[in-house]
Ligand binder design. Sequence first.
Ligand SMILES: Nc1ncnc2c1ncn2[C@@H]1O[C@H](COP(=O)(O)OP(=O)(O)OP(=O)(O)O)[C@@H](O)[C@H]1O
Length: 267
Amino acid sequence: MPKVLQIKNLHQTFGRGTVNENPVLRGVNLELNAGDFVTIIGSNGAGKSTLLNSIAGTIPVQKGQIILNDIDISKLTVTKRSKNISRVFQDPKMGTAVRLTVEENLALAMKRGKRRGFHNGVNKRDREFFKTQLAQLNLNLENRLETEIGLLSGGQRQAITLLMATLQRPDLILLDEHTAALDPKTSITVMELTKKLISEQKLTAFMVTHNMEDAIHYGNRLVMLHQGRVALDLVGPEKQSLTVSKLMDLFQKQVGSKLEDDAMLLR
Ligand SMILES: Nc1ncnc2c1ncn2[C@@H]1O[C@H](COP(=O)(O)OP(=O)(O)OP(=O)(O)O)[C@@H](O)[C@H]1O
């Protein structure tokens, strides 16, 4: 199975050499196979976002290596990495240009990783393509191409952000609690859409979530971070048959202490 992502002995310490020194990642090792949809959980401060930031390049790698499709990207800039890695954030405002229309945003997404000119013109062919893409979201957005994206609801925007993140097939998609700011019903719609896009395009995905049920239900693999390391890595049948109580038991066996389930479920 080809490896899409390899994280080797990744260490990240904030405030090094100060009284606030905080070793957040303390030797993370992970390998993602092509098509892996990995959900990541861990209590507050476990280092989930730091891991995603390290992969995306927003935090420079202090020690260790991040390898994407056999290329060491540890020292590449965020922009260079964004050619192959796309990311969806918790805040629906983060992924889109709010003052631009839906079609202008989609046009920008088509240019991900390529040189962007000032001209974001959309021709008839693009428009037809965007319409078909939007229609598959089943949110009646195919007739809102000329609506400013800032006028849409959080859920509609997050659905479009997902579409934008996958329009140019990325080697890896990072989902950073991308449904956490949505109401429960919209969150399910966006999660189902996530699942659909990932499986249709056979994407390799990393999804951070605080929702244990989602972490168990979605994806083929579940990783739990604890004290800066991978405490659990469950895949295949072990992942498929998982329940919240089984997960708690496995954690206790592995780590030797009880999992603070309220710390995982609540923000
Ligand atoms: N840029 C930064 N500078 C200093 N400390 C940071 C920075 N980013 C994160 N931290 C600290 O690193 C630790 C891990 O944070 P991180 O956001 O990676 O955890 P998390 O698992 O995503 O947590 P949460 O579930 O609360 O989002 C926390 O103690 C946080 O305060």
